[in-house]
Design a protein around this ligand. Structure first.
Ligand SMILES: Nc1nc2c(c(=O)[nH]1)N[C@H]1C(S)=C(S)[C@@H](COP(=O)(O)O)O[C@H]1N2
Ligand SMILES: [Mo]
Length: 239
């Protein structure tokens, strides 16, 4: 049973990285049919998303680690360098809610602090070829979605960030027990470069699917894409 699950996870990874390799390594451009090549790549990647979604086991946990394995110092990454991090004012900050959510009242920092918290020591894997282990704590996203009356039958969650970054995930991954809206790193509030005041922490997906400094969260059936997703990174990107 467990080796069967391992094989499925491996297959998922092979498909995921195989598709990334195809996207990065081959030249499908045809001088007469540039749109056709684009459309082919897009279809290939969306097919890959569906295979990965079908293989995703909502009960399989991402690996967890002992405190001694935590990477120090942590490693920053964004589509800009660390001097350009936009600092959010925690007192004014709120998370806007949009789409298929019954209670759209924005959530403030105190609301998230008052909610149930979960902690995890997990690995963040960046497609650029590095990985770090860290300890994140915060509100389980599944709890939050139920609390605000989100339509759990909808397909996508869409996230928008203070720096203009955006990303999206499937509902099954959103409801995974290790998917949290993180407030803390190593037991202290997140610092601005690492996503203050609130970031998505989803250890079953690659680093770029972990948007930092969230300003809005939506539930939708319309494919939302994302900053890197729109530039050809595979959308599902299980890690
Ligand atoms: N708001 C925002 N979130 C973001 C990014 C970004 O540029 N802006 N980059 C992503 C990428 S590519 C990675 S690998 C992780 C890095 O998270 P870290 O800085 O905590 O290591 O954040 C993700 N979330
Ligand atoms: Mo990344």
């Amino acid at each position: 049973m467990s080796s069967d699950l391992d094989r499925r996870r491996l297959l998922g990874r092979a498909l995921s990285f195989g598709a990334l390799g195809l996207l990065g390594g081959c030249n499908f451009d045809h001088p007469n049919h540039p749109d056709l090549a684009d459309r082919f790549l897009h279809l290939l990647s969306r097919w890959n998303d569906r295979v990965q979604a079908a293989l995703f086991d909502p009960a399989t946990l991402a690996p967890t680690f002992p405190a001694a394995a935590i990477t120090r110092p942590p490693r920053f990454n964004a589509y800009y360098t660390i001097e350009h991090v936009r600092v959010v004012d925690g007192a004014l900050w709120h998370l806007d809610l949009f789409g298929a959510i019954a209670e759209k009242r924005p959530w403030r920092l105190a609301d998230f602090r008052a909610a149930p918290q979960a902690s995890q020591i997990t690995r963040l894997v960046c497609v650029e070829g590095w990985r770090v282990i860290g300890q994140w704590s915060g509100v389980p996203l599944g709890w939050f979605l139920r609390r605000v009356g989100a339509d759990l039958g909808a397909r996508y969650l869409s996230f928008r960030c203070a720096d203009g970054y955006h990303s999206s995930i499937d509902m099954a991954s959103a409801l995974h027990p290790q998917t949290i809206l993180a407030l803390d790193f190593l037991g202290q509030p997140l610092t601005p470069p690492f996503g203050f005041p609130l970031r998505l922490r989803i250890p079953t997906k690659l680093g770029f699917k972990n948007p930092k400094s969230l300003v809005a969260l939506g539930v939708t059936n319309r494919y939302p894409g994302g900053y890197w997703e729109d530039q050809g990174y595979n959308w599902f990107s299980g890690s």
